[in-house]
Ligand binder design. Structure first.
Ligand code: BES
Ligand code: MN
Ligand code: ZN
Length: 505
């Protein structure tokens, strides 16, 4: 992986579709499109109408139909319709259509492609979502292959907004540029999550995320084991004891000149570069998947980069505690009691519940640095996969206004999230006989008791916890998302830095 890479800009243009100079013009086509966007069927010499009436093309979501353009007054030699179905037309769906179109264009080795923006809602939001979607299609997961042919380079893209005048085009181009950045930062997080545990150690994770964030103007501080000890982060140190690789805390600071003192958004990400489970070791089956247990930390780092590149107006702090969770000779053991930097003691029941431990110290540190509003992101529990599957992240927190705000932002960013409750009664499940709390709460409501544990470290500051254990990695390819790391939460976290919130959230 290159430390910091940047791809060709996406051009945004108006004008009639006939004037678009490209090799493949991609147009979304919805099921009730009769006769469809102006001139497209005519340009195909009626081929589209024929394919529709023969039910050869039904415009089902992500279905593709490529037709030659017979009208000599058109500049594009071919048009591809991408099916839009009948149910959705908002920006979250249009983003997925653009990704599917981008993946198809790459597979067909198209050199120059254009995507026509269609959908409902704010046109800038749609254009931005299209740029995000097209960029997400550029991610390549096979970077260690030496004998396969290299992946087809991505086409150079033009985003077309048919009826835009020059004035509208200026703001649409800015929206497309924003989408490009958010897509690229999502892809950087995917590259990090895809990286194996032997290359991405905590030190290497710190080095790479520091490079990608400081390249954008974010200040980065990497705390080593001595600093971590001075700060008293006994939970992080407890997890790190089992490994010969030393832990780190990666601290990001974005302070735009002239920004008000508050609010200060604090982003905290779980950075376990490999989770064996420790002494409470995991079964061998699928353990290799635990290389992505730093996906939350990657999301925070890459969101910090996006926030700086997009020049968000508020202060933002990122904190990523990072370590391996290994069963070495000095590893923490079930029954051990650890002392957190916040002062609270924890009885370790299961060493595989390590994420909440490192986040406990991370949340405390973000508060120390002045965060007034917290969001943590973590591949925290298998239980959230049972509850919500691989489609939806769990969202927890308080107060409701802050949780609702993050949810709204996530919706528009294309990150599906659904709330789970944090009723006080759940706290009983993590009561310890010997310490302030235990690090597990039994099988029932496993994701909720994990969140209740984190809540002990936020001290009443508005806080949201995102459990991305199910969403960080796609086990099966979808037309709009290949198998592998998804980049979940990057865009949500970045967009949050553009919200206006007060002490209540
Ligand atoms: N990293 C795992 C959670 C996880 C599981 C992520 C599956 C992705 C897929 C986490 O550290 C963990 O091991 N959690 C335990 C907690 C339990 C011991 C209370 C779990 O979910 O089993
Ligand atoms: Mn674990
Ligand atoms: Zn873990």
């Amino acid at each position: 992986m290159s430390l910091v890479s940047s791809s060709a800009p996406i051009v945004c243009t108006g004008g009639p579709l006939s004037a678009i100079d490209t090799d493949l013009l991609i147009v979304p086509w919805f099921e009730d499109d009769v006769p469809g966007p102006v001139g497209v069927d005519g340009a195909s010499g009626g081929e589209i109408a024929r394919a529709l009436s023969a039910r050869e093309f039904q415009a089902k979501p992500y279905e593709l139909l490529v037709v030659p353009v017979s009208d000599r007054s058109w500049r594009a030699p071919r048009v591809a319709l991408i099916g839009g179905g009948a149910a959705e037309r908002g920006s979250a769906f249009v983003r997925k259509l653009a990704t599917a179109a981008g993946l198809a264009a790459r597979q067909k080795r198209v050199v120059r492609a254009a995507f026509a923006v269609r959908g409902t809602g704010d046109i800038q939001e749609l254009a931005q979502a299209v740029a995000e979607g097209l960029t997400l299609a550029e991610f390549y997961a096979g970077s260690y292959k030496t004998t396969d042919p290299p992946p087809a380079p991505s086409p150079t893209w033009t985003v077309v907004v048919s009826d835009a005048n020059d004035q509208a085009l200026a703001s649409l181009s800015a929206a497309v540029a924003r989408g490009r950045i958010l897509g690229e930062c999502s892809n950087m997080a995917r590259e990090l999550a895809n990286e194996p545990g032997n290359t991405l150690t905590p030190r290497e994770f710190a080095k790479r995320t520091a490079a990608l964030a400081s390249d954008a103007g974010v200040k980065v501080d990497i705390l080593d084991e001595t600093r971590i000890e001075q700060l008293g982060m006994g939970l992080l140190l407890g997890v790190a004891r089992g490994s010969v690789e030393p832990p780190r805390v990666i601290v990001f600071r974005y302070d735009p000149p002239g920004a008000p003192d508050t609010p200060v958004l604090g982003l905290v990400g779980k950075g376990i570069t490999f989770d064996t489970g420790g002494i409470s070791i995991k079964p061998a089956e699928k353990m290799e998947q635990m290389k992505d247990d730093m996906a939350g930390g990657a999301a925070v780092a890459c969101a910090m980069r996006a926030i700086a590149l997009l020049k968000a107006p508020m202060r933002v702090i990122g904190v990523v505690p990072t370590t391996e969770n290994m069963p070495g000779g000095r590893a923490m053991k079930p029954g051990d009691v650890l002392k957190s930097a916040a002062g609270k003691t924890v009885e370790v029941i299961n060493t595989d519940a390590e994420g909440r431990l490192v986040l406990g110290d991370g949340l405390w540190y973000a508060r120390q640095l002045g965060a007034t509003h917290l969001v943590d992101v973590a591949t925290l529990t298998g239980a959230v996969v049972v509850a919500l599957g691989k489609i939806t992240s769990g969202i927890f927190g308080a107060p409701d206004a802050w949780v609702d705000r993050v949810r709204r932002v996530a919706d528009r960013a294309g990150d599906r999230m659904w709330p789970l409750p944090l009723f006080d009664e759940y706290r009983d499940q993590i009561k310890s006989d010997i310490a302030d709390m235990m690090n597990t709460g039994g099988r029932a409501a496993g994701s909720i008791t994990a969140a209740m544990f984190l809540k002990e470290f936020v001290d009443g500051v508005p806080w949201v916890h995102l459990d991305i254990a199910g969403t960080a990695w796609a086990d099966e390819a979808k037309p709009y998302l290949p198998k592998g790391p998804s980049g979940v939460a990057v865009r949500t976290l970045a967009n949050l830095a553009f919200e206006r919130f007060d002490a209540k959230g």
